[in-house]
Design a protein around this ligand. Structure first.
Ligand code: ZN
Ligand code: ZN
Length: 317
């Protein structure tokens, strides 16, 4: 199994010299396993992932499965720039998860991964992932519609909790996590190896809540856990100025309830689930390279062997 990081940033892409080493593209991770190509999220990193896939498999030989954690813009903006989708002959399966029936977000609205094409002011949780992709590629936001994508595209809205077998040897499953508007964490098992992609999630009750239990269950014994560590513990609590703050706002205000986590929370999940390698992911756009270096040191003294995701990082499991 090979895991390659094409976008590691959260919220918004951050080009610039100060982010050169860790990278500025938003969420996109490509897993090659059991002969299958699995992509997690379509952040701005997806553009380069598409180019690399066409180089590796030929311009009409790409056959990939794209799994969305959720549909916030930092996870979908790369989709209209995924080159293989425009070329007849390539195949792309796109997967979202229907919200659990009883899920409501912090405002009391049904949690949803989807947008209704006709009524954007009234999100419809049954519209599906295709509608969400189409609504992004539509006036006044985009010049070219979804119908310009001439590859063999298929869209799948999985029932909440459903396990998927891409082949008898490659399985994908998920669990719901706490995040505004809903989100899921994914796990791939193939070749006797496993990777968990768990971004955009908050563990507001620490290691005591159901969110923690569910995630530990999903990540149990995994080789690699990719985890949302957007904030330092100080930023999360708004408790103190962050060390080596760079351009970051540090602890000036708390981020509780914003749907993200810290390296401390990642380490707690990794320990309880007996994960081999923890990889911190979804970096705050304000955390420049120097800040990230300091964070990497803190994280590895908290749990030895912890990695910080960088654009271009490749792991062989
Ligand atoms: Zn995000
Ligand atoms: Zn999000």
């Amino acid at each position: 199994m090979r895991v390659r990081f094409y976008g590691v940033r959260g919220s918004i892409a951050t080009a610039g010299d100060e982010n050169r080493r860790y990278g500025g593209n938003t969420s996109c991770v490509v897993v090659e396993a059991g002969g299958e190509t699995i992509i997690f999220d379509a952040g701005t990193g997806l553009r380069k992932a598409g180019a690399d896939l066409m180089r590796a498999h030929g311009p009409t030989g790409v056959n990939a499965h794209l799994f969305f954690s959720h549909l916030h813009w930092d996870h979908i903006q790369g989709f209209p720039f995924f080159g293989p989708a425009f070329v007849p002959g390539n195949r792309l399966g796109v997967y979202g998860v229907m919200p659990a029936a009883d899920t409501v977000d912090v405002d009391g609205h049904p949690a949803t991964m989807e947008l209704n094409l006709e009524a954007l002011s009234a999100p419809d949780p049954t519209a599906g992932v295709k509608a969400a992709m189409a609504s992004q590629m539509k006036a006044p936001n985009f010049p070219v519609g979804l119908d310009a994508m001439r590859a063999d595209l298929s869209f799948h809205d999985l029932p909440h909790g459903e396990k998927l077998s891409l082949t008898p040897f490659v399985t994908v499953r998920h669990v719901g996590v706490d995040h505004p508007n809903g989100c899921v964490a994914w796990r791939v098992d193939a070749d006797g190896k496993s990777v968990v992609y768990a971004t955009d999630l908050e563990l507001a009750d620490g290691d005591r809540g159901d969110a923690f239990k569910g995630l530990v269950e999903l990540a149990r014994g995994a080789d690699t856990l990719i985890f949302d560590a957007m904030y330092t513990p100080e930023e999360y609590e708004g408790s103190a100025k962050a060390p080596a703050a760079g351009v970051a706002a540090g602890g000036l205000f708390p981020r509780r309830g914003w749907g993200h986590s810290t390296f401390e929370m990642g380490a707690a999940v990794a320990e309880r689930a007996e994960v081999k390698t923890l990889v911190l992911f979804h970096h705050d756009p304000a955390h420049d390279d120097d800040f990230m270096d300091a964070l990497a040191e803190r994280a590895s003294s908290r749990r030895a062997g912890t990695l910080v995701a960088k654009e271009g990082l490749e792991l062989s499991l």
